[in-house]
Design a binder for this molecule. Structure first.
Ligand code: ZN
Length: 220
């Protein structure tokens, strides 16, 4: 499982874990989108809540996850990304994993100081045409360099302005601190220092995931 605030590069690390360790990346956002597009019963249920401006209840998300974990490509192990977000969800996940006779091998927490995340996200720019991401400092362009976009201007998403980022981070900490304690108490938590270069963070993440995987496969 990967835990981390918005902007910590969780998605990038999940892709590396998939490529390098042969795990399947299961992102809760993709599950929702897939069910919504295919108009499954669970997808229609989730859509009804979202249309009403309500959060999708944990039972619906857990049911999607339960079904996903039983698919063939999930048997050898998955990287769970975006779920659980709350303590109640973590408890629901434990029950479900118990029922499937599976277990959580470990929880990798990508820890990045808030101020660094504010700088990262506030500098993020997106092309209006192709949605490609750029960055004021790390990848500076004023207009999209891709030919098909013909110099379309880049813009900052409303979600990425510093005040909104700080509010998103406050929500993240409020919900996630109890989760971090929960997994630490169960000796499942590994904290990865998420500042530093992408290569360093990736090496630390892969190293931690490899040792968790070999411990999980060894004698219980
Ligand atoms: Zn573009």
């Amino acid at each position: 499982m990967l835990l981390g605030a918005p902007g910590t590069g969780k998605g990038t690390q999940a892709e590396r874990l998939e490529q390098d360790l042969g795990l399947t990346h299961v992102a809760s956002g993709d599950l929702f989108r897939g069910h919504a597009q295919q108009r499954t019963p669970l997808g229609l249920q989730a859509a009804a809540y979202m249309r009403g401006g309500d959060l999708v209840p944990d039972e619906v998300t857990v049911a999607m996850l339960r079904e996903r974990l039983q698919q063939a490509d999930a048997r050898a192990g998955v990287v769970l990304d975006g779920f659980p977000r709350t303590l109640a969800q973590a408890e629901a996940l434990d029950m479900m994993m118990g029922a499937l006779a599976r277990r959580i091998a470990g929880v990798l927490y990508l820890d990045v100081p808030d101020e660094e995340l504010v700088t990262r996200l506030a500098g993020r720019l997106v092309c209006r045409e192709c949605q490609a991401p750029f960055h004021l400092q790390a990848n500076p362009f004023a207009t999209c360099p891709y030919q098909k976009c013909q110099g379309e201007h880049l813009y900052r998403r409303d979600d990425d302005n510093p005040a909104t980022v700080r509010a998103r981070l406050a929500t993240f900490h409020e919900r996630t601190e109890p989760l971090i304690r929960y997994y630490r108490d169960r000796s499942l938590l590994v904290t990865i220092r998420g500042s530093g270069t992408l290569a360093d963070v990736t090496a630390a993440t892969l190293g931690a995931a490899r040792s968790l995987a070999s411990a999980a496969l060894g004698p219980a």
